[in-house]
Design a binder for this molecule. Structure first.
Ligand code: NAD
Ligand code: ZN
Length: 359
């Protein structure tokens, strides 16, 4: 049963009860860290992937790992060098802390730092736990009117902000988004608030497209199994009324990455966010003779403040994405709901403390 497999240090699979609750000591903090009483933690596809497969690419579990990285908490203790936060502050947690001294960090591309310590990416533990220690400068104080759940959602939101920035979305952009999962939907919200005027989003699930429509997609396209690639390209152009100048693949299937390149206007940009097969077959020559720029996205870098500004100013409403709530003790049910998309699940939220009154 792949559902219950974890990979041990010597790569011998062992069975665990999925997922296990465990008592651990409350962490001690370093001088630049804060101790957080965890509040809301969203489940991401990658958390589900580690639980069910024990690895994502080269990141391989060699011992049990605490999952969770889309999170918000309340400051319970501050290290002696911490100036930006005080006990009681409600914060969103940017889950990756880079080395701060390598060339990539110094050049402002810290998301690419080879020494990154990232929650719930082996060998580092995540923050689906009651108490968790984190670098204070990677915690963002939430205004009172922003809920803890919205704080947790700043993590996927930041991916959307980074993707739109990498694509160069701006005033009047026409945008194609492939995949209407949480990442596609936050990308949609971000693109709109960055000034995109004409957005089409695709999925193979009609109910996800219905949510996208509610969130303001101008057009939706249901991808059907038997339709040809050529017809998908034609339909994107017909529905949008033009060729998209920015395309963001938030699915990562070979077929979506292909469609992304083929459908984009000559001279446009394709941004790849979704991760699928490591070496998909792509129409590179079609892209290169039309000077379509293909760019990767890895998480986010200096994007949390913008994501928070979008939410706190009311420019975007992310609350519609949260479809389910569970207590930390119901984590197994929460993961089943997220894994199988039960009850139209989009974003499943786990509460480490009883639900905040301002949710
Ligand atoms: P998700 O699985 O919930 O969403 C993917 C969506 O794509 C689903 O709604 C699915 O129905 C749809 N889809 C599948 N095949 C399709 C097709 N042929 N055409 C159109 N839509 C199709 O996942 P998510 O949480 O929204 O994340 C999306 C992707 O982004 C995942 O691959 C994830 O690993 C990746 N991701 C990448 C980064 C990064 O830093 N690059 C960060 C976060 C997530
Ligand atoms: Zn670095």
């Amino acid at each position: 049963n792949e559902f219950n497999i974890m990979i041990t240090a010597d790569a011998k699979p062992i069975l665990i009860d999925f997922p296990q609750m465990e008592q651990r000591p409350i962490p001690t903090i370093k001088d630049h860290e804060v101790l957080l009483q965890m509040d809301s933690v969203g489940i991401c596809g990658s958390d589900v992937h580690y639980l069910t497969k024990g690895r994502i690419g080269d990141f391989i579990l060699t011992k049990p790992m605490i999952i969770g990285h889309e999170a918000a908490g309340i400051v319970a203790k501050v290290g002696k060098n911490v100036k930006n936060l005080k006990v009681g502050d409600r914060v969103a947690i940017e889950p990756g802390v880079p080395c701060r001294i390598c060339d990539l960090c110094k050049n402002g591309r810290y998301n690419l730092c080879a020494e990154m310590v990232f929650c719930a990416t082996p060998p580092y533990d995540g923050n689906l736990t009651r108490y968790y220690a984190h670098a204070a400068d990677f915690c963002y104080k939430l205004p009172d009117h922003v809920t803890m759940e919205e704080g947790a959602l700043l993590e996927p939101m930041s991916v959307g902000v980074h993707a739109c920035r990498r694509a160069g979305v701006g005033l009047g952009s026409s945008v194609l988004i492939l995949g209407a999962g949480p990442i596609g939907l936050v990308t949609l919200l971000t693109a709109k608030s960055m000034g995109a005027s004409n957005i089409i989003i695709t999925d193979i699930l009609a109910d996800r497209l219905a949510v996208a429509k509610e969130l303001g997609a101008n057009h939706t396209l249901l991808i059907e199994k038997d339709r040809s690639e050529k017809d998908n390209v034609r339909l994107v152009h017909e529905l949008l009324g033009e060729m998209p100048d920015k395309t963001i693949d938030c699915s990562g299937a070979e077929s979506t990455s292909r469609l992304a390149i083929l459908a984009t206007r000559s001279g446009g940009v394709v941004v790849l966010v979704g991760m699928g097969a490591p070496e998909p077959k792509l129409p590179i020559v079609d892209g290169l003779i039309r000077e379509v720029d293909i760019r990767g996205v890895f998480r986010y870098c200096n994007d949390y403040p913008a994501a928070l500004a979008l939410v706190s100013s009311g420019s975007v409403n992310v609350k519609k994405l949260i479809t389910h709530h569970f207590d930390i003790k119901e984590t197994a049910d929460a993961f089943n709901t997220a894994r199988y998309g039960l009850g139209g699940a989009i974003k499943v939220m786990i509460h480490c403390t009883p639900r905040d009154s301002n949710n």
